[in-house]
Design a protein around this ligand. Structure first.
Ligand code: SAH
Length: 391
């Protein structure tokens, strides 16, 4: 195995179990590792620090173990079992709920790997070449560790570094599933299309926040902006909303939203969906709502985009706030990892100040328990939300 020698004092973050080694921390590489290979990392005195996947780029190593051990099928299986046990322990695996995130990258000590489960199918996404090369072993570890899972679908065409030119192909690694598929989340049914959908087909990360919306929806008119599969809308309907409007600029998303509403509330005239750009809709529509949900795609995917993204959040939230009735509630989110809680808050507050509305914070939201944050890798906290009372 290749050995990566760090410069003096560059071992500190690994000693604190932060799983990344930046290329600038490397003194020399002993051997000629190919991308995705496992490498041992040592300090300048040859002391063992970690084993991880090597990759060309600013993050040169993603550590999978801080113990000097064999990285074999058994190792991966143990990691998957640990992750599954956590999801069982927190009550996410039941007849009332069969969709959950099984592996959340660094949060489950498996940097570069995401696995979402929908009933008997696991959808796996590699974000590093190391995880891509380990995909078969990982898929086997998943079905060997979790008896309910029969199929593993691999979906990494858009998540792997483009420069690596490994051209991954999406498809089933184990089993196959051709039936029209329904995931159950808190007793509600959703059709999940992992073949054509965004990410792994569904945004599991809003589960708890959708439950909160349900709690506030009784007798209210609700606008679900950036609805995608209609998750928030379905919960608002169950919560007793009198009117629910779902908006998304993707026709496919609107089709999915209508399907999911129909699955849970057939022929229910309280709901209407619009295939429209968010700003166009908010500008053209005179209607005001009791509750508005703003859950846009990440406005900033990297640091250089932060400034413009913050302007975008401010503009969007100002528009949203304008459309809320006095005594209404705004659910507003950012899923941009590079934007901090404080930055997002400030953008929303300056939007509020601009509109002159009196605003108070009811809740500060984050990601759910199956998207755990590794305390040694706080960067893993990406989802931020505010629930605001708007006078
Ligand atoms: N709230 C959703 C997830 C939203 S993902 C859930 O709970 O599942 C972001 C969505 O925003 C995508 O479906 C995308 O199609 C939509 N979108 C992106 N740009 C948009 C725009 N300018 N106007 C309206 N929708 C947009």
């Amino acid at each position: 195995m290749t050995t990566i020698h760090l410069k003096p004092k560059k071992e500190e973050s690994l000693l604190r179990f932060h799983p990344w080694v930046f290329s600038g921390a490397i003194q020399r590489i002993e051997g000629k590792p190919t991308e995705g290979e496992l490498a041992r990392v040592v300090d300048c005195n040859q002391n063992f620090l970690a084993i991880g996947h090597y990759q060309i780029g600013s993050i040169a190593v993603r550590a999978v173990s801080f113990v000097d051990t064999e990285i074999d099928a058994n190792f991966w299986q143990q990691k998957i079992k640990n992750a599954y046990q956590l999801r069982v322990a927190i009550g996410l695996v039941s007849t009332n709920n069969n969709s959950y995130r099984l592996i959340h990258g660094e949060g489950d000590s498996l940097p570069g790997l995401i696995v979402d489960v929908y009933d008997d199918t696991a959808v796996m996404q590699a974000h590093s070449i190391g995880m891509h090369l380990t995909r078969i072993q990982l898929a086997e570890a998943i079905v060997n560790s979790i008896s309910e899972i029969k199929n593993v679908y691999y979906k990494s065409e858009t998540t792997l570094p483009f420069k690596a030119s490994i051209e991954p192909e999406d498809g089933y690694l184990i089993g196959s599933n051709t039936k029209e598929y329904k995931a159950i989340e808190n007793g509600l049914e959703f059709q999940v299309d992992w073949l054509r959908g965004q990410k792994t087909g569904f945004f599991i990360d809003q589960r708890e926040n959708r439950t909160l919306l349900e709690h506030y929806s009784k007798g209210k008119s609700v606008l679900n902006m950036f609805c995608y599969t209609g998750g928030f809308s379905v919960y608002a309907m169950r919560g007793g909303a009198t009117e629910v409007h779902s908006v998304d600029s993707s026709a496919k998303a609107i089709e999915l939203t209508n399907k999911n509403i129909e699955l849970n509330f057939p022929n229910d005239s309280r709901h209407a969906a619009y295939d429209e750009d968010a700003f166009k809709y908010l500008n053209a529509n005179e209607q005001k709502y009791d509750i508005i949900v703003l859950d846009p795609p990440a406005f900033a995917k990297h640091r250089e985009a932060v400034r413009n993204a913050l302007k975008g959040y401010k503009r969007l939230n100002a528009k949203g706030l304008e459309k809320i009735k006095p005594g209404g509630i705004l659910f507003t989110f950012s899923c941009s990892q590079v934007i901090t809680k404080e930055q997002f808050r400030l953008a929303v507050f300056s939007a509020a100040a601009e509109t002159g509305r009196n605003v108070r914070i009811l809740h500060q939201l984050s990601q759910p328990a199956d998207h755990p944050i590794n305390i040694y890798h706080p960067e893993g906290e990406y989802l931020k939300g505010l629930v605001l009372w708007v006078e």
